[in-house]
Design a protein around this ligand. Structure first.
Ligand code: 5GP
Length: 201
């Protein structure tokens, strides 16, 4: 069997720019796949079912949990979110790298199941920067923004559980750091067992 893909998990406070980082990585390397999560949250304007999320009602989400179709799931900001298991495993087995953009509770469940997953926590350059980014995004109601800001402190306190912390100050710089992480992770001996075996043949 060839080399398995890397599972990259991005988390961080709402509005920190995880989406832009993931989109840029996929754009420059189409062999990286972004896992599409299931959620009970309503679609924001412009969001498409099956592209941004699988938008489900509570019953359908519960059914996915019961049938063990989710690798992890969590309640975030009052809605349920989860990672469908099937797509992810298939992509990794094909050797594709896979990106998950999920919250901390989910990321820690993933690390339990895939110890080689790479957990990256994205932080803003300052608290103020995060607040203005969240408000400028214009996609959430005022109540939703307040709810998300209240969770920020609790989320940042958990950042030490991650493998890397990346400050998203300027996207180009952030991407350089993330590319460096991916390159270094690919060189880990645990991921190069086939290569070492071939050299010893
Ligand atoms: P949003 O509603 O802004 O799209 O996402 C809210 C939060 O849910 C973000 O922190 C996002 O990373 C997280 N999230 C999105 N999909 C998943 C998922 O499949 N599992 C978990 N645990 N969190 C998710």
């Amino acid at each position: 069997m060839g080399r398995q893909g890397i599972l990259l998990v991005f988390s961080g406070p709402s509005g920190v720019g995880k989406g832009s980082i993931c989109r840029a990585l996929i754009k420059e390397n189409p062999t990286i796949h972004l896992s599409v999560s299931a959620t009970t949250r309503l679609p924001r304007s412009g969001e498409v079912h099956g592209v941004d999320y699988y938008f489900l009602d509570n019953n359908s989400f519960k059914k996915m949990i019961e049938e063990d179709e989710l690798l992890e799931w969590a309640e975030v900001y009052g809605h349920f979110y989860g990672t469908p298991r099937r797509f992810l495993q298939e992509a990794l087995d094909r050797g594709n790298d896979v990106i998950l953009e999920i919250d901390i509770q989910g990321a820690l469940q993933v690390k339990d199941r895939f110890p080689m997953a790479v957990l990256i926590f994205v932080v803003p350059p300052s608290r103020l920067a995060l607040e203005s980014r969240l408000r400028a995004r214009g996609t959430d109601t005022r109540e939703e923004i307040e709810k998300r800001l209240r969770c920020t402190e609790r989320e940042i306190k958990m950042a030490w559980r991650y493998d890397y912390i990346v400050i998203n100050d300027q996207l180009t710089r952030t991407l350089d750091t993330v590319r460096a992480i991916i390159t270094a992770e690919k060189a880990r001996p645990q991921r190069s067992q086939c290569l070492v075996r071939d050299l010893l043949r």
